[in-house]
Unconditional design. Structure first.
Length: 167
């Protein structure tokens, strides 16, 4: 990773080679030089990448089954990390607000830069009785970079269903 001082030196060299006026330590600032400097500085800054910050879980739909309800989740891993374990601790609340079920779901493997669909069954619970689903925790979170810290904080949740999905 280049330090900002290295980037500034590179920009000065580039400007000298391009015929844009560079006078000692000062230079004629134009819109072009300002834009170039901004692009090079932004590219040189380190990017913070917390574990799982690029993971989005969407509650896509609930499907009535004879024996209960099938829940469809869409998991979008936009990060460059593959996950060998991503265990979700989900709490299902009934429409009256009472906890109806607690579910442990291993969502991995999750490949890097990939969107996947995961399903699970709520046997004995009709979809119409589900009020909301809580991402209570991510009890295991292991990527190709090793064991990760707080993956709940970096996971975004949403719902396309009338049932809420929160954390």
């Amino acid at each position: 990773m280049a330090r900002p001082s290295q980037v500034v030196a590179f920009v000065f060299q580039f400007l000298r080679g391009s015929g844009i006026a560079v006078l000692g330590d000062s230079m004629a600032i134009t819109a072009t030089t300002t834009l170039l400097l901004s692009v090079f500085l932004a590219a040189s800054m380190p990017r913070a990448e917390a574990a799982g910050e690029s993971l989005h879980i969407e509650l896509n739909r609930l499907e009535d089954r004879d024996d209960g309800c099938r829940v469809h989740l869409v998991l979008e891993n936009a990060s460059p990390r593959a996950y060998s374990s991503y265990r979700l601790d989900l709490v299902v609340f009934a429409s009256d607000g009472i906890i109806a079920r607690r579910v442990a779901l291993e969502a991995a493997p999750l490949r890097a830069s990939k969107t996947m669909v995961k399903e699970f069954e709520l046997v004995g619970l009709a979809c119409g009785r589900v009020g909301r689903i809580l991402l209570n925790d991510v009890s295991a979170c292991t990527s190709d970079a090793g064991e990760s810290g707080d993956c709940v904080a970096g996971t975004r949740v949403s719902s396309r269903s009338s049932v809420g999905f929160v954390k």
